[in-house]
Design a protein around this ligand. Structure first.
Ligand SMILES: [Fe+2]
Length: 183
């Protein structure tokens, strides 16, 4: 499948600019820029969803879009968010980062060009937390860390329990994107 990587990347950058905590917006922008090359070429998975070059980028944009809409519904119809702006900021950060660890998870086997695993699939959520900590000045919010570590729901094997609403939103958006991929 061919996708327009430049336009998908612009969409991702656009989401990041919508973070109203400007220091975090700059940090996330720097972080994604540093990982851009691997991120835009990786698939979303090997065989399950978005299994093509650029699939990870496309899947990430879908997850942000879906989670953004869920957050809007929670705010406007269910009235369960104390601080909508703060919640939206965390939604963008958690969704953008949730699968970045997959850049460590796949590589392309030549000459067959088949995607193959290079690390345990459950390790990629922890990898992005550790990698962020090693390279960035600002710390990730604990809610964002929980959401990244639990984004696979019951399938997550990171030893972290899903307690926060943010985690449920990110997990739901991830599930919808991976089950009902835009084709
Ligand atoms: Fe995902």
């Amino acid at each position: 499948m061919e996708i327009d990587i430049n336009s998908e990347w612009r969409e991702l950058e656009n989401w990041i600019t919508m973070i109203e905590d400007k220091d975090m917006m700059v940090e996330l922008s720097i972080y994604m820029g540093r990982n851009k090359e691997s991120f835009i070429s990786a698939p979303g998975s090997i065989a399950h969803h978005h299994a093509y070059e650029g699939g990870l980028l496309r899947h990430t944009n879908e997850v942000v879009r879906i989670a953004w809409e869920i957050a809007k519904t929670l705010f406007q119809e269910f009235n369960v968010l104390d601080d909508y702006i703060d919640f939206r900021n965390k939604v963008i950060i958690a969704c953008v980062l949730h699968d970045v660890g997959k850049i460590q998870k796949y590589y392309r086997n030549y000459p067959s060009r088949a995607w193959v695993y290079c690390v345990n699939p459950h390790e990629h959520a922890q990898w992005v937390i550790d990698n962020w900590k090693m390279n960035q000045k600002l710390e990730l919010d604990p809610d964002v860390i929980e959401a990244i570590l639990t984004h696979h729901g019951g399938w997550s094997k990171t030893g972290v329990e899903m307690k926060k609403l943010l985690s449920a939103v990110v997990h739901s958006a991830d599930l919808i994107s991976s089950r009902f991929e835009e084709l």
